[in-house]
Design a protein around this ligand. Structure first.
Ligand code: GDP
Length: 298
C-alpha cells in the first residue's frame, strides 16, 4: 500500500486548505472557535483546557476579522503562557547526597530517564549513585545496570525479591561514604497492587529519612506522552502514593503531540523538569515553553 499522505499542519487543518494562507482573514465566529477546540482536543489538550484557551483567544475578538497567522500567534502565546510557570529544571539542594526518588508505571521510561539524568549530572561534575529499587523485576535491574555503565555511574542492586527499602538504606550509606552528590532511586511501577506499592514507597521514604529528614529532595514522576489523557490518572494516582515534586514527560519524539502537557500544567501545576526525546543517552532536554508552543501550533 502507498504511504499515507503527510498530515497537513495545524493551520492548514484549521482552514481546510492544503497550504494555509497565513494572511487570509476571516471572522472569528463560533465555527472557527469550534474547529480550534476540536484541533486542540485532538492534540491531547483535554476539553477543559481547550475550552479555556479558545475562550481566551476569543475574548475581545469575537466577530472581528483575524488572519490565520494571528490565530496561530495568539494560540502559541496562550500555550506558552500556561506552560511558562511549570518549565523548571529539577532543583538542586546543597545537602549531600540529594535523594531523587523516581516513580511511574512500568514502561513509562523510568529506567531510561534515570540513565539520561545520571549522565547529565555526571557531565555537570556531580558524583551520582543509582539504586535499583525495583527489586522484583530482574529485567529492570539489568536494564538499569546497562544504563549505569553507559552513564559511568555505579548501580547498587539487591537480590531479586528483597526489600527495596533496605536497598535504599544501604544506598544512602554508600552514597554518604562515597561523598556522592546525588542518589537516584528507581522504584517499582506495579499499579496492579496499589496498596503494596504505597506501602513500599512509604517504607523507602521512612528509611531514607532516618539518614536525612529532608529526603527525598525530589520525587520525579515519569510519564509517557503516548498515553495521552491517561497521564492525568497517573498523576492523580501517584500523588496519593508519593509526594510527587516534578514531572518528566518521555517519548515526545514520537507521534504524541504533547497537548497532554498543557492539560497537566493547567490541572496540577507540577513543574516539568525535562522531556524525553529519544532512546539515546543524550535524548533528554529541558522543557522549553516557547519551542513547545511552536511545535504544538506549527
Ligand atoms: P520503565 O519500565 O519505566 O523503566 O521504562 P524503560 O526506561 O525501560 O522504557 C520503556 C521503553 O520506552 C524502552 O523501550 C525505552 O527505550 C523507551 N523510551 C524511554 N524514553 C523514551 C523517549 O523519550 N523516547 C522514545 N522514543 N522512547 C523512549
Amino acid at each position: 500500500p502507498a504511504e499515507p499522505a503527510p498530515k497537513p499542519g495545524f493551520l492548514a487543518r484549521l482552514t481546510g486548505r492544503s497550504v494555509a494562507p497565513t494572511e487570509v482573514r476571516r471572522e472569528l465566529d463560533d465555527d472557527l472557535l469550534e474547529s480550534l477546540e476540536e484541533l486542540l482536543i485532538a492534540s491531547d489538550m483535554g476539553v477543559d483546557t481547550a475550552l479555556r484557551v479558545t475562550a481566551n483567544i476569543a475574548e475581545g475578538r469575537f466577530g472581528k476579522k483575524v488572519s490565520t497567522r494571528e490565530i496561530k500567534e495568539l494560540l502559541a502565546g496562550e500555550v506558552a503562557r500556561v506552560m511558562e510557570p511549570v518549565a523548571r529544571p529539577m532543583p538542586l539542594y546543597p545537602s549531600k547526597p540529594q535523594v531523587v526518588l523516581v516513580v511511574g508505571v512500568n514502561g513509562s521510561g523510568k529506567t531510561t530517564t534515570i540513565g539520561k539524568l545520571a549522565s547529565q549530572f555526571r557531565g555537570a561534575g556531580k558524583k551520582v549513585v543509582i539504586a535499583a529499587g525495583d527489586t522484583f523485576r530482574a529485567a529492570a535491574v539489568e536494564q538499569l545496570q546497562v544504563w549505569g555503565e553507559r552513564a559511568g555511574v555505579p548501580v547498587l542492586t539487591a537480590p531479586e525479591g528483597s526489600d527495596p527499602a533496605s536497598l535504599a538504606f544501604d544506598a544512602m550509606t554508600r552514597a554518604e561514604a562515597d561523598g556522592a552528590d546525588l542518589l537516584m532511586i528507581d522504584t517499582a511501577g506495579r499499579l496492579q497492587n496499589r496498596q503494596d506499592l504505597m506501602e513500599e514507597l512509604a517504607k523507602i521514604v521512612r528509611v531514607i529519612r532516618k539518614k536525612d529528614p529532608d529526603a527525598p529532595h525530589n520525587t520525579l514522576l515519569v510519564l509517557d506522552a503516548t498515553t495521552g489523557q491517561n497521564a492525568i490518572n497517573q498523576v492523580q494516582t501517584f500523588q496519593k502514593l508519593a509526594d510527587v515534586s516534578g514531572l518528566v514527560m518521555t517519548k515526545l519524539d514520537g507521534t504524541a503531540k504533547g497537548g497532554i502537557l498543557l492539560s497537566l500544567a493547567d490541572k496540577f501545576g507540577l513543574p516539568i523538569h525535562a522531556i524525553g526525546v529519544g532512546e539515546q543517552i543524550d535524548d533528554l532536554a529541558p522543557f522549553d515553553p516557547e519551542e513547545f508552543a511552536a511545535a504544538l501550533t506549527g
